[in-house]
Design a protein around this ligand. Structure first.
Ligand code: ATP
Ligand code: MG
Length: 433
C-alpha cells in the first residue's frame, strides 16, 4: 500500500457554488480525491461575502458533506480568493551582493524573497502573494534561479497580489465560522491554472481565463512563472442578467434558457427557433427568439473577450503567448464562446478541464471545478504553506533574529528604504539595511 500524508482540504467559495474537496497527497506528489462537498452559494457576490450569516452555514454544509464522504475530519483548509478587490502589480528591487566572489546561496535568496513580504502596499490592502517573476544578475536578464551563480547585483522582479483587507477578513471569518481554520489563501486563477494548464503551456506562455458566475479571473504565465493576474468584473451572471432584461423574463428562466439553449454565435441559430417564456412579474407567456438571445449573449461574450485582449496587451509580454488561451470555469461552457474567443485572441484557444487527480473525481470533471481541484493541487505542492495568521510576524521575526544572530545578510537593498506594514502583518518593521 502506498503511504499517504495527512489529508488536505481545499475550499472554493464561489459566487454560484461552494465546493470543498479533501485529498490525500501521495509521497510522489500525486493527489487522490477522498471526498467532495458541493452546495449552491448564498451570501456571496463577485468573490465577496455580502451576507456572512448566509455564507457560513453553506460553507459548513459543504465541508460536512466532503468530510462524510472522506470519512475523516479536517481542521484546516486552503481557501481560494478572488474578486474585484484583488489588485496586482510588479515591483523591481535591486540588491547588492555583499561577497561577489561567492555564488548566491539558497539562504541569501530566501532572505531576499522574505523581504518581499515587507514591501509597502496600498493602505487597506493585504498581501496575498509575492511571487518572484524573474531575476537579473548584473546585466544578464531572464535568470530563472540565481542560486549557485556569481553576481555583484541582483534585481528581483516580484509579482505582488493584494486583496482588500476587510473583504479578505470577511472570507476568512466566514470559513472559520464554518468550523475550519484557514491555513492559507491562494488566488483563484493561480489555483485554476494548476489544474487545467500544463507545465509546457506555462513555459511557452499562456493565458488562463476562469469564467465564473460573478467574475472572470485571469492569469498569464511566461517562462514557467506567473507574469500577470487580473480579475475581470464579468461572469456568467452578466450573461443571465442580459437575457433576463433583453427577453423580459425572470432571472431563473433566463438562467435555464442560457444553460440549455444559449449560444454566443447568432449565425449558428435558426431564425425561426422560438420558445415561450414567462414575462417578468407575471404568469403571462410570450414568444422569444433564440437568435435574439444569441445576439445578446454574443455582445457580452465580445465584451469579455475585449477585456481579456486588453489585459494581454497590458501585461507587456515580450512575445504573444505561444500556448494561447485556456478558458475554464462554469461559464466557459456557453456554446459558441470558444469561437468568439478564438476569433479575437492570440494563439490557440481551448476549454480547460481539470486534470491530474485520481480517486473520487467523477463529480469534478467539469471546468467549474478547475479552481477547487487547483487549490488542492496547490496545497499538495506547497506542503508547508505559510500560515495565514502568523505568516508575516513569525516569518519576519525569525528572519531578523537569524540575521541579527548570525552573519550579516548576503544581500543589501541598494536603495535603503523604510518598509512599513499596512497589510495583515500588523506591525511596522524597518528593513535591515
Ligand atoms: N452550459 C452552460 N452555458 C452557459 N453558462 C453556464 C453553463 N453551465 C454553467 N454556466 C454558468 O457558469 C456560472 C457558474 O460558474 P462557476 O461554477 O465556475 O462559478 P463560481 O466559481 O461559483 O463563481 P465565481 O468564480 O465568479 O465566484 C454560472 O453563471 C452558470 O450560469
Ligand atoms: Mg469560481
Amino acid at each position: 500500500m502506498t503511504r499517504k500524508s495527512q489529508p488536505v482540504m481545499a475550499i472554493d467559495v464561489g459566487t454560484h457554488k461552494v465546493c470543498v474537496v479533501i485529498g490525500s497527497v501521495g509521497l510522489a506528489g500525486g493527489v487522490e480525491v477522498l471526498g467532495v462537498g458541493y452546495q449552491a452559494s448564498s451570501g456571496l457576490r463577485k468573490g465577496s461575502v455580502v451576507n456572512i450569516h448566509e455564507a457560513f452555514p453553506v460553507i459548513r454544509r459543504a465541508v460536512r458533506q466532503a468530510e462524510e464522504m472522506a470519512e475523516t475530519h479536517i481542521d484546516e483548509a486552503m481557501v481560494g480568493v478572488t474578486g474585484r478587490h484583488v489588485k496586482s502589480q510588479n515591483l523591481m528591487t535591486v540588491w547588492e551582493h555583499r561577497d561577489p566572489d561567492v555564488p548566491v546561496s539558497a539562504l541569501g535568496l530566501e532572505e531576499v524573497l522574505e523581504q518581499s513580504y515587507m514591501i509597502p502596499i496600498e493602505t487597506g490592502q493585504t498581501l496575498l502573494h509575492a511571487i518572484p517573476r524573474s531575476y537579473v544578475l548584473d546585466d544578464q536578464p531572464r535568470i530563472r534561479y540565481p542560486v549557485g551563480m556569481f553576481a555583484q547585483t541582483m534585481q528581483v522582479e516580484t509579482h505582488l497580489i493584494t486583496g482588500n483587507q476587510s473583504q479578505v477578513s470577511n472570507l476568512v471569518d466566514a470559513v472559520e465560522r464554518a468550523g475550519v481554520k484557514v491555513q492559507s489563501l491562494v488566488l483563484e486563477p493561480i489555483a485554476s491554472s494548476e489544474a487545467v494548464t500544463t507545465a509546457d503551456e506555462r513555459e511557452l506562455g499562456c493565458v488562463l481565463v476562469d469564467v465564473g458566475g460573478g467574475t472572470s479571473d485571469l492569469a498569464i504565465f511566461k517562462d514557467g512563472s506567473i507574469w500577470h493576474t487580473a480579475v475581470i468584473p464579468i461572469g456568467g451572471d452578466n450573461f443571465t442578467t442580459d437575457l433576463s432584461i433583453g427577453l423580459k423574463t425572470p432571472v431563473q428562466n433566463a438562467e435555464t434558457f442560457k444553460v440549455t439553449l444559449g449560444h454566443a454565435l447568432p449565425d449558428q441559430v435558426r431564425e425561426d427557433d422560438t420558445y415561450q417564456l414567462p414575462y417578468s412579474g407575471s404568469d403571462d407567456m410570450h414568444q422569444v427568439s433564440r437568435r435574439h438571445a444569441a445576439q445578446l449573449l454574443y455582445e457580452r461574450a465580445a465584451e469579455l473577450v475585449r477585456y481579456t485582449a486588453l489585459h494581454i496587451k497590458q501585461a507587456n509580454l515580450p512575445a504573444p503567448p505561444a500556448a494561447g488561451v485556456i478558458l475554464t470555469g462554469g461559464a466557459s461552457t456557453l456554446s459558441g464562446l470558444l469561437d468568439v474567443a478564438s476569433e479575437r485572441l492570440p494563439g490557440p484557444v481551448r476549454i480547460g478541464y481539470p486534470q491530474g487527480l485520481s480517486g473520487r473525481t467523477e463529480a469534478l470533471r467539469g471546468p467549474q471545478f478547475a479552481t477547487v481541484t487547483g487549490i488542492l493541487m496547490w496545497a499538495a505542492r506547497h506542503r508547508k504553506p505559510k500560515q495565514w495568521h502568523e505568516e508575516g510576524l513569525t516569518g519576519l521575526r525569525k528572519l531578523f533574529k537569524r540575521l541579527a544572530a548570525s552573519k550579516e545578510p548576503e544581500f543589501i537593498l541598494r536603495h535603503p528604504q523604510e518598509f512599513s506594514h499596512n497589510g495583515f502583518h500588523g506591525e511596522a518593521v524597518k528593513a535591515n539595511t
